[in-house]
Every structure is written in structure tokens, then in C-alpha cells.
Design a protein around this ligand. Structure first.
Ligand code: ZN
Length: 264
């Protein structure tokens, strides 16, 4: 459970996720700082400190820092933590998402009054109109499709030339994950799918997504790319894959699984 407004003593040992405008602070060894609170060179007000969980018995804390950044090279995206392992990345994802929630829910979206933190859960409350907010989490589906020994990959207009991935899209209001998967594939590349199987999920803090991964079978249709969204899409032989996301990402894991299934 995430605890906000935590009072930490100077001697408190911890793994410290210091977040400033969505970026994390790394020390001179390019690592997250660990040790007593007093050893940190940056500080935060008590209401800007949250306990996020723990890693191997060491409590993990979020400190929200609002200083003007001078040491630019110390601040990185949570993406830089991805190679450091799943558990550390999850805590980093949690840190930047909680910081974003606290920074963007200071005022009520309904009446404009100042919001206060609820003291027993991570939520903000407007005492004037009763509006209550929780951290936003945006579900997003990933869909891997293999057919006749080939994998369907697409390049989004946001990605550089030569970099391909499986199809992805946000779940719309009042839509199931399965409906979103079928709709996104149809919209983005004009392909019909069937036999959806759930693979797994991954928090993706850019800024607050939760990826839900599926694999599916091809059911019909020819590739037709959605303008402005998909630059190109094609069926790739598993022996001739282009550059794809790394194995630390759920997309990379799904592509590897499809490649394995295709070889078998
Ligand atoms: Zn209000």
C-alpha cells in the first residue's frame, strides 16, 4: 500500500526515488540513491514524501522535488531504469505516477477549489463539493498476431524508421480489454483477429498506462494502415525481424513468444 505524507527521520534508511517533473534523480554512479535520508543532497516537504513499498527489505520512498533543475545530467526518464530489473522498474513507475497524481490534483476538476489529501488512502478530496480523485491508470492493449510463420508488426508515426512493434492502443470508455484489442487491430491495420489469449501486463509510466498483452490469430483482411497513426505495417518472417522493443518490455516478450511459437 502506498502511504503519502510520510515523516522520515534523518537516520531512516531507504531507496530514494526523487522525482522532479516526471524525471528521476540518479547519483554520480548513475544509480538510485540508497542510504540514510540525511545523506541525500535533495530534500522535500513531508507532504511530498510517500512510501512506495520495499525492495529486498529496504523501504522505497518517493520524494517530490520542485527545485529548478541545475544538474541536468542527473535526471533521467523511468525508461532508464528498465534494464535494472522488473521490480526496480515497477517502483520507479510507481514513483513517477504518484508524483504526477499529486502534482495534477491540487485543485478540484469540478468546482476549482483546493483539494486536500485523504489521510487514510492515496486520494484527493474537495471539501467544498465532495469530489474525490484517485491516481489515474490508463489501460492499453498490446496485440501480437502470427500467421503462416510470420508476425504482424507495425511502425507508429511516433517511432523512428526501421523500428517496429506489435499493435497497441488505449481502451475506450466502457469497453472490455478484448473489445479494445479487436477494435485497435481493425482500425490500425484493417485486420480481423480471433482466439485472443491473455499473456500478461506491465505498468508503463508514460505517463500512467497499464499495458495488457494478448496474442491472437489472424481471421481475415489485408493490411491497410490507418493514416496519421501507422506509417507502415507488414508480416515479418521470424528469421528476418526488424528492430523491435527490448525483452524488458511486454511488447518485446510477446514478439519473442510469437517467434518461439512460430518456430515450434
Ligand atoms: Zn470541488
Amino acid at each position: 500500500m502506498i502511504k503519502h505524507s510520510v515523516h522520515v527521520k534523518p537516520e531512516q534508511q531507504g531507496l530514494w526515488f526523487i522525482v522532479n517533473r516526471g524525471r528521476l534523480w540518479l547519483n554520480g554512479q548513475q544509480q538510485l540513491p540508497q542510504g540514510p535520508y540525511a545523506s541525500l543532497s535533495l530534500s522535500a516537504a513531508p507532504e511530498q514524501i510517500c512510501q512506495l513499498g520495499e525492495l529486498e527489505g529496504v523501504p522505497a520512498y518517493l520524494l517530490i522535488n520542485n527545485d529548478q533543475i541545475a544538474d541536468e545530467h542527473h535526471w533521467v526518464s523511468a525508461r532508464a531504469i528498465l534494464p535494472a530489473g522488473e521490480r526496480l522498474f515497477e517502483l520507479a513507475a510507481r514513483a513517477v505516477q504518484v508524483a504526477l497524481f499529486l502534482q495534477t490534483h491540487r485543485f478540484c476538476g469540478q468546482c476549482g477549489s483546493a483539494m486536500s489529501l485523504v489521510n487514510w488512502e492515496l486520494a484527493t478530496l474537495c471539501h467544498k463539493c465532495g469530489h474525490r480523485c484517485y491516481p489515474r491508470i490508463a489501460p492499453c492493449v498490446l496485440v501480437g498476431i502470427a500467421h503462416q510463420g510470420k508476425i504482424l508488426l507495425a511502425r507508429s508515426s511516433r517511432h523512428k524508421a526501421g523500428f517496429f512493434s506489435i499493435l497497441a492502443g488505449f481502451v475506450e470508455s466502457a469497453e472490455t480489454l478484448e473489445q479494445a484489442a479487436v477494435r485497435e487491430v481493425k482500425e490500425e491495420v484493417g485486420i480481423d483477429i480471433c482466439n485472443l489469449r491473455y499473456v500478461g501486463s506491465q505498468p508503463w509510466p508514460f505517463p500512467h498506462s497499464l499495458m495488457a498483452g494478448f496474442i491472437a490469430d489472424y481471421a481475415g483482411g489485408a493490411i491497410r494502415c490507418q493514416p496519421h497513426e501507422i506509417e507502415e505495417a507488414a508480416w515479418f518472417s521470424v528469421t528476418e525481424l526488424p528492430e523491435v522493443p527490448p525483452l524488458e518490455t511486454l511488447s518485446g516478450q510477446i514478439i519473442a513468444r510469437l517467434a518461439q511459437m512460430t518456430v515450434e
